[in-house]
Design a protein around this ligand. Structure first.
Ligand code: CP
Length: 313
């Protein structure tokens, strides 16, 4: 694996999950693999889990870690090629990424979408420019349209808790107070479907995901109907893809509650975190034994470790 930007970079998902589960059992078993190597963690947006889990994963493999918050500590970057840089952008990605590639053996990048320019966001301009100019492997720590380290951790979690080979998996939209990217939802759909599972997606009118990410998924507009008999319910907000970045008005209550969960037969509940308690999911659900949110967060370490190990070997 040269880069890790989406599920299509992975040759064998099952094998990557096995590597992650082995790393979880023996985290330091391969701590020689990254000896003398450095990973650069480049953040253009905030992070708690991704920052710490990727750092922990790299350290478990014996790597040195350099972390930079580009938006706060770096020069404003220009990502378009061929522009005359006489505006507010001080450094071109061509120079910045090449420099990172000289200092680091792997570059990991977090770059959220603008949510204002759909064409540019969905072209993955920023991530692709890092891939193009870094000259070393690039790992996505969430890009404009995908969050593959999160999705791998989610699949590791499902693998660990499933009671049947083909569990019923549901992705449901939930309310939020501000427009969020579609990346986690896109990516979860893509990984679940690429793993051979069936997926039901529940969302209100106006919130259909880009069809590219969920070919063959069952789409419904009734949350209770979707989660009935589900084994895993993945809760996530996203803004509109059709009315790009907007948050069209929604009728009915889409917050996942204990009543709704009980009526569905108590499936496991997943969320990538951070979660808005009392908005996306009721406190009583997140704090219940059915909640897998901390297991998902734990598995972020071993997802990143499996990816870095595969790249380094
Ligand atoms: N789930 C996730 O990516 O969390 P952070 O935004 O805190 O990294």
């Amino acid at each position: 694996m040269k880069n890790f930007t989406c599920v299509h970079d992975v040759t064998n998902i099952d094998s990557l999950i096995e590597t992650a589960l082995a790393a979880k059992k023996h985290p330091l078993a391969h701590n020689h693999v990254g000896k003398g190597k450095t990973i650069g963690l480049v953040f253009m947006n905030p992070s708690l889990r991704t920052r710490l889990s990727t750092q922990r994963a790299a350290q478990n493999l014996g790597m040195n870690v350099i972390s930079v918050n580009v938006s706060a500590d770096g020069w404003a970057l220009e990502f378009q090629d061929g522009v005359v840089m006489n505006g507010g952008k001080s450094e071109h990605i061509k120079d910045a990424a090449a420099m990172l590639g000289l200092y680091c053996d792997v570059v990991a990048v977090r770059c959220f979408p603008s949510l204002s320019n759909r064409e540019q966001d969905y072209s993955e301009l920023i991530l692709n420019q890092f891939v193009r100019y870094a000259g070393v492997p690039v790992v996505s720590m969430e890009s404009a349209t995908r969050h593959p380290l999160q999705s791998l951790a989610d699949l590791i979690t499902i693998e660990s808790f499933k009671n049947t080979s083909k569990p019923k998996i549901v992705l449901t939209w939930a309310p939020h107070v501000k427009p969020l990217p579609q990346a986690v939802a896109n990516s979860f759909a893509e990984w679940v479907l690429s793993s051979g599972y069936q997926l039901t997606i529940a969302h209100p009118p106006g919130y259909a995901l880009c069809s590219h990410f969920a070919p063959g998924a069952t789409i419904v507009s009734n949350q209770q109907e979707a989660i009935d008999t589900a084994d895993f319910v993945y809760v996530k907000n996203w803004s509109s893809y059709e009315h790009y970045g907007e948050i069209p008005a929604v009728s009915g209550d889409w917050m996942l509650t204990t009543d709704r969960l009980n009526a569905a037969g108590n499936p496991y509940v997943m969320h990538c975190l951070p979660v808005r308690r009392g908005v996306e999911i009721a406190d009583s659900v997140i704090d219940s034994p059915q909640s897998l949110v901390l297991q998902q967060a734990t598995n972020r370490i071993y997802a990143a470790q499996a990816v870095l190990q595969t790249i380094l070997i």
